[in-house]
Design a protein. Structure first.
Length: 310
């Protein structure tokens, strides 16, 4: 069975993700680039204005898209080209957001597809100062001289993912994601699931811990953190807090260990404490880890909610 997928990159007319004005696609099969597609796009009517800032970045203006396909026409071309293959994008949260928002703006149902993010894979593969596409492309020795040209960026994303596959000695994109403990993101009609870490819960299989949403804002205060909660939260149930953590790109865990980054201490439940103790076993474990030099934070509910909302 061949390993086939398609790298994709959108450029937008303005700051709204529902304003695609160009798309580039690069098809890969068994480790080789096999074909490419590029088209300008007339953005959906609600977001058709061109912001001078965007035009300065990619060079596309209103006159360039006068005879370009509408979003519906471009989407049809995209789906025919991808033919059900997995999409790859560098910062897939943006590019898949463009696809969803443009469909919503025109009243089109979201197409059914699955995707992977070369930005997330890069973070799990190399230690770099920056994971912006030009920097990662330079690291894997793929010059990117026309950054913000959709076809050039799609090519670069394809090369970055191919380099990661080679680095991990994986036989395919699916095997690479399996080795990195990542689940494909998916889009379906009016529903989507972000590119995620697999759940690390090993207890009751009927109640797994949610995996981190790797499409969350990487600048979020809790993104990439492993977080445990002890006590009773006053503003939400623990399961809701764990789901919110995963949505923010954090990994919720049930117990404190040397890999825990943050312990949230909420209102204690005295029924769960030993006689004469005012601290949960999780808090005691976290304090011992702190004393041993481990980098773990102990924060209260107010601080937790502030970081979650940031």
């Amino acid at each position: 069975m061949s390993d086939a997928w398609v790298a994709i990159d959108f450029e937008t007319a303005n700051g709204h993700r529902g304003s695609p004005c160009a798309v580039g696609l690069t098809a890969v099969e068994d480790g080789r680039i096999t074909e490419r597609m590029h088209t300008l796009i007339q953005p959906p009517a609600a977001y058709r204005h061109f912001d001078p800032y965007n035009t300065r970045i990619h060079g596309i203006g209103p006159s360039d898209v006068e005879t370009a396909p509408s979003w519906a026409g471009a989407l049809q071309q995209i789906l025919e080209f991808t033919a059900g293959r997995t999409l790859v994008a560098h910062n897939a949260a943006f590019d898949l957001g463009v696809l969803r928002d443009a469909c919503s703006a025109e009243g089109n149902p979201w197409p059914t597809l699955r995707y992977a993010c070369s930005l997330v894979v890069s973070r799990r593969t190399w230690r770099l100062i920056s994971y912006a596409l030009p920097e990662v492309a330079r690291h894997v020795e793929v010059p990117l001289e026309e950054h913000h040209q959709a076809d050039a960026d799609a090519d670069a994303a394809a090369h970055v993912m191919l380099a990661a596959i080679r680095h991990h000695k994986a036989a395919s994109l699916d095997q690479l994601l399996e080795e990195l403990n990542i689940v494909h993101g998916t889009v379906a009609s009016n529903a989507w699931s972000g590119f995620q870490s697999k759940s690390n819960h090993k207890g009751n299989p009927s109640a797994p811990m949610p995996g981190a949403n790797l499409d969350a804002d990487p600048d979020g205060a809790l993104y990439g953190k492993t977080v445990c909660i002890t006590g009773t939260l006053s503003r939400m149930k623990r399961a809701e807090a764990q789901a919110a953590l995963a949505d923010a790109g954090a990994t919720p865990v049930k117990n404190v260990s040397s890999t825990t980054d943050v312990l949230v201490v909420a209102t204690p439940d005295p029924r769960r404490f030993a006689i004469g103790s005012e601290k949960s076993s999780k808090q005691k474990t976290a304090e011992k880890l702190l004393e041993a030099g481990k980098d773990i934070e102990i924060i209260g509910e107010a601080d937790f909610l502030e970081r979650l909302n940031s």
